[in-house]
Ligand binder design. Structure first.
Ligand code: AMP
Length: 222
């Protein structure tokens, strides 16, 4: 199975898609955001730096990312392919990634870009609520995802919270950074002929259909 790089603006559904790819194709799901949230839960110097930087919607220093990623990519579950969710995010990271690939003898694989309108993303980000107990995700801006009570989990009764970077200000920063810094990577990979786009505006089922076409090789020819 090919390795996959998922590129998308914040809250486009990268994490959900990566999880589905993990279940269906046994591709390891590597989310740099999740790895960093783990680091941020520590009270040491690096934990505090990561926590503060993430809550502003800014990028963590590249050197920290490389160390964490290189270690993660060498874990056994990555041998048969993996999905990168949240990396690379700038051209320096894209170039460094190719060096890392040489060291670990892996191939770049394919790049899947999820395209979603900004207004839809803004509503998703500002409405997202997560259960502290069972991690269930709700959204107070979409009727079909609303919890019955604004701060209580429908599934387990746990308290719902808002991720520190799920606020409007951080979203605007993250979205602008996506346009300025992350989008140029798409052009770089497009020139290599390894990019496929999926439309993320029409819900998960539509995204999954497009994904199948890509994974089964009908859309991207390496
Ligand atoms: P995500 O969960 O992918 O939306 O990432 C959440 C936050 O983690 C981002 O806003 C950044 O602060 C940080 N982050 C995740 N991946 C990277 C990366 N590759 N480089 C720098 N910062 C990152």
């Amino acid at each position: 199975m090919k390795n996959i790089i998922l590129i998308a603006p914040p809250q486009a559904g990268k994490g959900t898609i990566a999880e589905l790819l993990n279940k269906k194709y046994a591709l390891a799901h590597i989310s740099t955001g999740d790895i960093l949230r783990d680091v941020a839960s520590g009270n040491d110097e690096i934990g505090v730096y990561v926590q503060e930087t993430m809550s502003q919607g800014a990028f963590i220093k590249d050197e920290i990312i490389y160390q964490l990623l290189e270690k993660r990519l060498q874990e056994p579950d990555c041998k048969n392919g993996y999905v990168l969710d949240g990396f690379p995010r700038n051209m320096e990271q894209a170039e460094k990634y190719e060096e890392i690939l040489n060291v670990i003898h892996q191939k770049i694989g394919i790049v899947i870009v999820i395209d979603v309108d900004k207004e839809l993303l803004r509503r998703r980000v500002t409405g997202r609520r997560i259960c502290k107990e069972c991690d269930a995700i709700f959204n107070i801006n979409f009727e079909e995802k609303m919890p019955r009570y604004e701060s209580v989990c429908d599934k387990c009764g746990g308290e719902l919270y808002q991720r520190s970077d799920d606020n409007l200000e951080a979203f605007e920063t993250r979205y602008q950074t996506y346009l300025d810094v992350t989008k140029p990577i798409i052009d770089y990979y497009t020139e290599k002929g390894i990019v496929a786009h999926i439309d993320g505006n029409n819900g998960l089922d539509e995204m999954l259909k497009s994904l199948e076409t890509i994974i089964t090789g009908k859309k991207v020819n390496e």
